[in-house]
Design a protein around this ligand. Sequence first.
Ligand code: HDE
Length: 710
Amino acid sequence: MAKKNTVPTNKKHDDLAYNKETGTGELMTTDQGLKINDDNNSLKAGERGATLLEDFILREKITHFDHERIPERIVHARGSGAHGVFQVYESMAKYTKAGFLQDPSVQTPVFVRFSTVAGFRGSTDLARDVRGFSVKFYTEEGNYDLVGNNMPVFFIQDAIKFPDLIHAVKPEPHNEIPQAASAHDTFWDFISLTPESMHMIMWAMSDRAIPRSLRMMEGFGIHTFRFINAQGKSCFVKFHWKPLLGMHAVAWDEAQKISGKNSDFHRQDLWEAIESGAFPEWEFGVQIVPEEDEHKYPFDLLDPTKLIPEELVPVMRIGKMTLNRNPDNFFAETEQVAFHPGHLVPGIDFTNDPLLQGRLFSYTDTQLSRLGSPNFHEIPINRSVNPVHNNQRDGHMRQQINVGKSSYHPNSTGDGFPKQATIAEGGFSTYEERVDARKIRARSKSFMDFFGQATLFFNSQSEPEQNHIVDALRFELGKVQTPAIRERMVGLLTQVDHTLALKVAEGLGIPVPKPQEPLNHSYGADANPADYQNIPQKQSIDKSPALSMANTPKDSIKTRQIAILVADGVDAASLKAMKAALTTAGAQCKLIAPHGGFIKDNKGADNPVDMSFLTAASVIFDAVYVPAGEKGLMGNADAIHFINESYRHCKAIATDETGLLDETYVGAKFKKGGGAAAGIITGKNKSKEFIQAIAQHRFWEREKNDKVPA
Ligand code: HDE
């Protein structure tokens, strides 16, 4: 029978060119399907002659290459993605009719993209920055996008200031310096003139801005949203993601060094965790506020520079997200994924948060510029699992081949289809919020406490965390060239906490100036400044333990990276025992040696080296262990530096013997009678103590007494 040619319409396209199992594969073709006979030589007029314009194969290949890049995202350009699933623990029908929050047996596929905000696409992962935390839920009712960050508040209250904020933080326009950094004049100039940013500044200067791993950070929807149940009753809701591995950060000195040693540190960590089957997990949390409580708090629920302390409204953990599959192709998935806070499902709706309202415009607009067509929803990563039926037609790169002649509604040519869905059929209807107002450009008086929650955040931090905020501000403002900007900033800090301002001023070598007057432009052109006197400055609580990373669970060493320093002659038994204990507890061990290849243990066996001192660095590990038989490492400057630096960054260190340790800063300290520092474990068979120490993540109190030369 003759083979029938069919036009490939929406057939799933499997383009794996080579099958490893069978050793068979596809022949190379042009984009038009023509088999290529020579992919190594362009068409020339003779062996030494000019290349011919006729060479359509060469031209097709080069043209495609020339257009391989699309504009990177204006913000959140640097990102890493992963696939996974979400499952609700029990039905949330009481609060919302959202289909994916009803049935605990249903797994909803998700795609998540984490990002930094300011840097370009190729910038370092370890920049001091906010992290984007976007989740696309592929629900049966259409895509729901929760496009959040790893901090629960934002810099500004009104979307109209977003371009200013981003222009200020991006590299300065005259010389495009600095990359992926807020430590420069334009950013702090804008911030010093925008007091509403002070709460977010506390977060951005805290350790939350330098996470140990994307898998170890919280996520937040930031804005207050609405849930609506089947009876049409609405309540307010804030969304949270709680990482099951706890929240952890690196030290700032470490972050800067990681940026040089491995600028893909977070991306690689996420990738490798998923590849090794250590799937990252977060619990999905909601804070529910009944509609009648809208005005109960000393802050406005619509103000995105405020959070609801968990001590006032507990976070209910209602489900779990597991990331279990890496993308097949970075560009097709992570780069082309298009999030939008306006991708909603029935049962979830917006509030009038003025930042959220502006975002609802921005995200489709940005996709048009980035992805180049209103058909971006047809790119596989953006497709809804619920089939799309509407009368939108044509446009650049349209994939769907719409059949029939009706492309309008109402129609009789298509029997009236596609028809509108009734509410009972799952049709979306906007929550009917009452509106009765004047059109004005003004900010609500209830938004005008700029410092109360900044102070709450600062007061809720542990002592090391507070010190890190001071250091971060000294660093950032220390890089600012214009004295007036530094002074304005310290003036603002006095309104958060006077000691904080004093310490920062001391580091900068400037006096503490008087606090600045509130800026008139914050009120709005149509506002009467007299209405804005006596703004409440008091939060209902003084401390919120949930805001401190020091209170995160510290009971696991799962997926932690442990460096084992070895040289020829290492004691085989010690090495084997510690490796087994750490691996059983879920950590991953890497053998680091003076050279690559193999090292010979004291039993004569060859042990493969994972990294040499040249390619490894202490900053990419969580802890370090030196087994017995360390002679080959003694006097080795790299090994000594490795331990000193681990100590400086407050990590757990274990050594069976003390020869190498004695050559380090740590050993010298012991000798001087400094006593055994927390997190330093010496002696054989101490795997239990070492594991407990690693689970503590860091011994930050070391910083107080020690300035380690590393
Ligand atoms: Fe975004 N934001 N944003 N943003 N945002 C974008 O959309 C914007 C804001 C956030 O992984 C852009 O597709 C405006 C808050 C994340 O692909 C753009 C305003 C929060 C991502 C845009 C905000 C976010 C973006 C650029 C102020 C936390 C990365 C590329 C009104 C709740 C999504 C894109 C991804 C991306 C606009 C403020 C989170 C330009 C106008 C607040 C995580 O549309």
